[in-house]
Write a protein that binds this ligand. Structure first.
Ligand code: ZN
Length: 686
């Protein structure tokens, strides 16, 4: 893995023969979704006590190679594809003018149709971008630079830094302005700074150069522009915090006066920026990383206006490339998709247009999705499991022997305050202020981005709206929010193979129950534990309890840091290991979630049933349902990127790393102590 020259030679060969891969929404919708627990996914040649992941997933792994248009393929990816196909059929109908009940429905149809009209995009070429390139070309001084950066952020690009609104960490009931690091396109700061990514860096510079060439710049000019981009992005990366350091909440929240903030980088024209970005006035804001903004000052002094213009041109085309002509879309894919992630071929246009619509007009699309796909029975069953898991967590906290009553009381208080969001928001976002014009793909995306930012910044200084959702209803995922103190399970994820409303308790608690437990545990992991019952960043732990927590969490860091994320077949010394610190929160949540799900499962009638027709006991089916949720094939390139940037451990360790810590697992599969899945030392936080 760390032999970039060889890797890139091989990728060069792939570039010459892009495989064709096409599948219509109808063809996808005809395929049945996989069950939560699939006995045929098991590889019986592997012993469950030797490697439970390969026992539970082995046959599936062999039968399910990564499709060419993906860089990883999980069992639940079939649901991702299914949802995308459902959304495509909704959007095709809306585009054809069928079933238009609302203005919002018309808008998603027009947005999608414009995105899909590649012939029109091709015919207009770079003309839709012309006005924006002219604006950049006309920049003469630093005040105009600040205005241009604000404008680009409004239309969907992300130059220099990130500016938005967030709940105030000293009073989460109120929203304040926030500023954070951003402005570099590679996946992490290390890609710019460390020798292990030398190869990626060289290829990135070549990609940026080719993008400038595609914009019509001469070869010598494109090379100079790419140098400017590399110089600026590298400086931003150097000023930025690492992903691991960002996991400490006290390191990423700094409330300061506007005057103190602007003093970090006085050469940037902040007043001009704020006027152009359209932020209401404010006295103080939450600066995630003051060091990053301090790092902007030398850049403002040393980078020439011409270099800034090159950086902004790059930022514009990189940020809005999805609505650009095909040559640019394909060049973007060649670097970010094929080279960085090892994806063989670009996804079909309909998939990326569905994603773009979901991303920009998510509630309008979500409303149509829920109407067609979600019902109350599902919601009630999910809520019932949720309540059972919450009751279990309450009992678990009450019984913990390493925590004082004082800290327990506050933990229980927080648990009681966690809001449950299931299916979809009660009210849908109103898109009447977004203008969508059929045939104007780029303009639509710019106006939708502007609407999103405007809406976001309008919250500054207002009370926090705790009913808001941070994911669209069709999303196949779930989350816990530290500041909102809620767990959210959108409609998209509440179906096969994650959840089966008709399945028995072993299956539903093993998969969905563990996911619910996972999200709840996030409120009490190494990050979440720093926030109180209202979402304020406030230490509610006694010093002794905090110490006991950290000692226990350290056990997970040690355990997961030994796992191999990317194997180097020729040299084990070059294996890439899992980053136990980067993944600590997710590993804590995986372990805690399964402890809770199992305890809650024991209280169900399903736990007392006999073996099923194939001879699996309820406990065995519980663990198999969990494990099969994480069956995963992934390209080596994507695994390497994930090892650096992904807070979740690879699927294999989301399974094995957890069951190794569970005594009920050993009992269920009769694993003797000392077998790989039953080590002598057990790690546990919750
Ligand atoms: Zn998580």
């Amino acid at each position: 893995m760390r032999r970039p020259s060889l890797t890139f030679v091989m990728l060069g060969l792939v570039l010459l023969t892009p495989p064709l891969y096409a599948e219509t929404p109808d063809a996808i919708l005809k395929k049945p979704l996989p069950p939560v627990f699939d006995p045929s996914a098991i590889d019986h040649r592997v012993k469950p006590c030797a490697d439970f992941y390969h026992y539970a997933c082995g046959a599936w792994l062999k039968a399910n190679p990564i499709p060419p248009d993906q860089s990883s393929w999980w069992r639940y990816s079939a649901l991702d594809e299914h949802i995308t196909a459902v959304l495509a059929s909704i959007l095709e109908e809306a585009a054809a003018g069928q079933g238009i009940k609302t203005e919002a429905r018309r808008k998603i149809g027009d947005y999608y149709a414009s995105c899909m009209d590649e012939a029109a995009i091709e015919e207009r070429g770079l003309q839709p971008f012309a006005l924006e390139f002219e604006r950049i070309a006309a920049i003469n001084n630093k005040a105009e630079l600040a205005a241009a950066i604000a404008h680009l952020q409004r239309i969907g690009a992300s130059p220099l830094f990130f500016f938005s609104s967030t709940p105030d960490y000293t009073d989460a009931d109120m929203m304040i302005a926030t500023a954070d690091q951003d402005g570099f396109a590679l996946p992490d700061r290390d890609y710019y700074l460390t020798p292990e990514f030398n190869g990626e860096r060289t290829e990135y510079r070549a990609h940026v150069t080719r993008m400038f060439r595609l914009l019509g710049d001469r070869a010598d000019r494109a090379a100079v522009e790419a140098d400017a981009v590399m110089r600026i992005e590298t400086a931003l990366a150097r000023a930025a915090m690492s992903l691991v350091d960002q996991r400490e909440p006290n390191s990423v929240h700094h409330k300061m006066s506007f005057a103190a903030f602007t003093a970090l980088a006085p050469s940037f024209d902040w007043k001009k920026y704020l006027a152009e970005v359209g932020a209401p006035s404010f006295d103080s804001l939450d600066v995630a990383d003051p060091g990053f903004f301090r790092g902007l000052e030398p850049l403002m002094k040393s980078v020439t206006i011409e270099e800034w213009k090159a950086y902004l041109r790059w930022n514009l085309i990189h940020g809005l490339v999805s609505m650009a002509p095909k040559a640019l879309v394909e060049e973007d894919f060649a670097f970010f998709g094929r080279l960085l992630d090892g994806q063989a071929s670009i996804a079909e246009r309909w998939k990326s247009c569905v994603d773009a619509t979901d991303d920009q007009l998510g509630d309008a699309l979500g409303e149509a999705y829920v109407e067609r796909e979600f019902d109350e029975t599902t919601k009630q069953r999910v809520l019932a499991i949720m309540h059972a898991i919450e009751r279990t967590m309450r009992a678990d906290i009450e019984s913990i022997d390493w925590m004082s009553q004082q800290t327990k009381d506050r933990a229980l208080d927080k648990l009681a305050n966690v809001a449950e969001k299931v299916g979809h928001p009660d009210a849908w976002l109103d898109y009447s202020d977004v203008t969508i014009v059929r045939g104007d793909a780029l303009g639509n995306t710019e106006r939708a981005a502007d609407f999103g930012l405007k809406r976001d910044l309008a919250k500054i200084g207002k009370p926090t709206d705790r009913s808001e959702w941070a994911a669209s209803a069709p999303t196949n995922n779930s989350y816990y929010d530290d500041q909102a103190v809620d767990i959210t399970f959108p409609a998209g994820g509440l179906q096969l193979p994650n959840f089966d409303v008709t399945a028995d308790d072993a299956i539903d608690y093993g998969n969905l129950g563990a996911l619910i437990g996972h999200e709840l545990t996030h409120g009490f992991d190494d990050e979440g534990r720093h926030y109180d019952a209202r979402g304020n960043l406030k230490d509610w732990w006694t010093a002794r309890d905090a110490k006991a927590f950290e000692a226990r969490a350290e056990g997970f860091v040690r355990e997961y840091s030994r796992f191999v994320a990317v194997k180097d077949p020729s040299n084990p010394a070059k294996d890439v290991l899992v980053d136990g610190e980067l993944t600590l929160g997710e590993n804590t949540a995986d372990n805690g979630g399964m402890q809770l799900a199992y305890a809650a499962f024991l209280a169900t009638p399903g736990a007392k049933e006999g073996k099923d027709g194939l001879g699996y006991s309820p406990a065995q089916r519980f663990f198999l349902s969990y494990a099969q949720g994480w069956c995963e094939n992934e390209t080596t390139e994507s695994a390497k990127e994930d090892a650096k940037t992904e807070p979740h451990a690879p699927g294999k360790y989301r399974v094995n790393g957890v069951v190794m810590n569970m005594l009920p697992f050993r009992e269920a599969f009769a694993c003797a102590v000392g077998t790989p899945m039953a080590p002598a030392k057990i790690n546990r936080v919750w």
